[in-house]
Design a protein around this ligand. Structure first.
Ligand SMILES: [Ca+2]
Length: 177
């Protein structure tokens, strides 16, 4: 049942993708409002659409349409401070880790490729240091909400160019969800 629902959603998204492709060729198509909008730079708007369960989706930047990701969140941060924001993509992964049932949440980083005019996957981390529950962007940094057992933490991650390193972690109250 679950799989048939997921398959149906997958097809619906593919159809959406097709509609958007048609739109690009100047034909009319109804595009639902994006679930996320932002800017890589003022002239580079980003939009993202999610399925009903918020577990799959895709992004658009200019004329580029990404593939469908098993994604649960999109945010933007200029991690390397070069003036163009990167995409922080919350994804579901099946890869096993010792401290979490699968699937689990992870964050990937996508960057805008000026030559290809496309989003490119810069970093596909299998996991951060601790089980991830959510993340936000603060001062162009990734701030992860993590949970270990019954304890919750907020960890600030710095981008190294090849991945993240965490240098500050504080205990926080666990949210109900
Ligand atoms: Ca950047």
């Amino acid at each position: 049942m679950l799989f048939s629902c997921l398959y149906l959603l997958y097809i619906v998204l593919l159809l959406l993708l097709f509609e958007i492709a048609v739109f690009n060729f100047g034909l009319s198509a109804a595009i639902p409002p994006a679930d996320f909008t932002g800017f890589l730079r003022p002239e580079l708007p980003v939009s993202a659409w999610f399925d009903e369960d918020h577990n799959r989706g895709f992004m658009r930047v200019e004329n580029f349409t990404s593939k469908i990701y098993r994604m649960w969140k999109v945010d933007l941060a200029d991690l390397d401070r070069d003036g163009t924001r990167e995409v922080l993509l919350g994804v579901w992964l099946n890869k096993r880790r010792h401290d979490e049932p699968e699937p689990h949440r992870a964050v990937w980083v996508l960057g805008w490729d000026e030559e290809l005019k496309a989003l490119r996957e810069l970093w596909r981390g299998s996991a951060l240091a601790r089980p991830l529950r959510d993340f936000v962007v603060r001062e162009e940094k990734l701030v992860a909400k993590e949970k270990v057992g019954n304890r919750c933490f907020e960890t600030i991650y710095e981008w190294t160019g090849f991945g993240f390193t965490s240098n500050r972690r504080v205990s926080i109250l666990c949210e109900a969800k």
